[in-house]
Design a protein around this ligand. Structure first.
Ligand SMILES: CC(C)(COP(=O)(O)OP(=O)(O)OC[C@H]1O[C@@H](n2cnc3c(N)ncnc32)[C@H](O)[C@@H]1OP(=O)(O)O)[C@@H](O)C(=O)NCCC(=O)NCCS
Length: 194
C-alpha cells in the first residue's frame, strides 16, 4: 500500500462516480442513511477545493468533503468514506485530520460539526477536539437537515421536531474561537491587586 491523501481538485473528478457507488453500498450495508450524493455534487466539491481524497496509486481509498451552512457560520466535514478493503488502518483518521485542518484554514470563523452513529467517527472527532452537544447547538439550516431525509430514522427526527434522533451531535469551535486568550479571563483576587 502506498496511500497518499490530497486536497482534491479538478484532476480527481474521474473518481466521483466510484465515490458515489461506495456511498450507496455503505448505505445499504448499514441500513442507515449516509446521505445520497450525485457524482456532479462530489465533482463540484473537488473543483472548489472543499474535499479530501485518499488514493493508493490510482485506486480510490477514501473521501470526505466540507459543506457550509448559514453563510458558513457552521461547516460540516461530511460524507466520510473508506473503501472496505482499506478499513482498520487509520485512514479515516488521516482523512479527517486533513479535512478538519482544511476547513479550519479556509473557514476560520466557522464552527465545525457533524452528526453520526459511527463509533469510529465519534472517536476520531473526539481526538480532533469535537465535543458532544445537543442538536440545539447545531445549524438550523434546512439544507443540512434535508440530508437526513434518506436515513431510515428520518421519521424519528421529524417526530422529535429536529431536536433529537439516533445520531450523536458533535461540535468543534472555530479556528478564531480557539485563539481566544484564556489568560484574559483569569480573575485576580482583590488582595493581590493592591
Ligand atoms: C467509518 C469508517 C470511515 C472508518 O474508517 P477506517 O479507516 O476503518 O477508520 P480508522 O482505521 O481510521 O479508525 C479510526 C478509529 O475508529 C476505530 N474504529 C474503526 N472502525 C470501527 C468500528 N467499526 N467500530 C468501532 N470503532 C472503530 C478505530 O479503532 C480507530 O480508533 P483508535 O484510533 O482508538 O484505534 C469506515 O468504516 C467507513 O467508510 N464506513 C462506512 C461509511 C461511514 O460509516 N461513514 C461515516 C458516516 S458518519
Amino acid at each position: 500500500m502506498d496511500i497518499k491523501i490530497f486536497v482534491a481538485s479538478a484532476v480527481h473528478v474521474q473518481y466521483a462516480e466510484e465515490i458515489c457507488r461506495q456511498y450507496a453500498l455503505s448505505a445499504s450495508d448499514r441500513g442507515t442513511g449516509i446521505a445520497t450524493r450525485t457524482p456532479e455534487y462530489v465533482s463540484n466539491k473537488m473543483e472548489k477545493g472543499d474535499s479530501v481524497i485518499a488514493l493508493d496509486g490510482e485506486t480510490l481509498v477514501g473521501f470526505c468533503y466540507i459543506e457550509g451552512f448559514e453563510e458558513k457560520k457552521y461547516v460540516s466535514n461530511s460524507g466520510l468514506i473508506v473503501v472496505p478493503d482499506y478499513r482498520g488502518h487509520g485512514i479515516a483518521m488521516q482523512i479527517k485530520q486533513k479535512v478538519f485542518a482544511l476547513a479550519r484554514d479556509k473557514y476560520p470563523k466557522s464552527k465545525v460539526f457533524g452528526i453520526t452513529t459511527s463509533s469510529a467517527v465519534m472517536k476520531i472527532n473526539s481526538s480532533l477536539g469535537y465535543i458532544p452537544v445537543t442538536y440545539s447547538e447545531l445549524t438550523r439550516d434546512e439544507g443540512f437537515w434535508k440530508g437526513c431525509a434518506s436515513c431510515s430514522n428520518y421519521e424519528i427526527l421529524k417526530s422529535k421536531e429536529y431536536k433529537m434522533c439516533m445520531c450523536t451531535a458533535m461540535l468543534a469551535p472555530s479556528k478564531e474561537e480557539m485563539k481566544v486568550d484564556l489568560t484574559d479571563q483569569i480573575i485576580v483576587p482583590e488582595h493581590e491587586e493592591k
